[in-house]
Design a protein around this ligand. Sequence first.
Ligand SMILES: N[C@@H](CCC(=O)N[C@@H](CS)C(=O)NCC(=O)O)C(=O)O
Length: 212
Amino acid sequence: MTELILTTFDWVPDMPRGFVRDLRVRWALEEAGLTYRVESTPFRDRGPGHFAHQPFGQVPWLTDGDLTLFESGAILLHLGTLSETLMPADPRSASIVRQWVFGALASVEAASQPWSFFMFSGDTSENPMRPFFDSFLEARLRHMEAVLGGGEWLAGTFSVADILMADVLRLVDRFGGLAESPACRAYLARATARPAFVKAHADQMAHFAAAD
Ligand SMILES: N[C@@H](CCC(=O)N[C@@H](CS)C(=O)NCC(=O)O)C(=O)O
């Protein structure tokens, strides 16, 4: 197996620390027990080399030999091909995992991201879009309550889908958005109690702190 290299920013301000999406990749790598190395790319000065790997100038990206991948969901699906801890070998179960990978990103994060931008900005004005984003997220969470109340993990056993869904819900929880969603909170507590998450989170915090 080739060496896996995860690239993230060299430094970020305090606010996003603990929530930068390299955490999803670190978490998956730790769950799978895969050997990897972390490299840094400048946060402040994003040059052509950065855009060659991540066309939006964002992080993370993963290098696996001569393959470079961006988008945390695509990276986790790739890691799923390397470890049955992340993605079951049985094709039917794997399809269910992929379904929930897209569910986490395209249905739940699509609603949580605009909401969290409002929360990050601290905007308390009567913005006409705010009620729309509140109710968009509330509807998604209401349906996730029913799903997550019905089982421990999204696809039966823990998988990359849970890493993505839990990380999406973590940002909602940061701003108090899970107050009315006890099943989502319990799922999040289960997921973030996993040693692989605890290590991934601590490693990300240490990585950025080392650059202060
Ligand atoms: N859809 C992308 C989103 C990546 C993303 O939003 N990365 C953030 C860090 S968590 C970033 O690089 N932000 C800096 C920027 O957008 O300029 C993924 O899941 O990988």
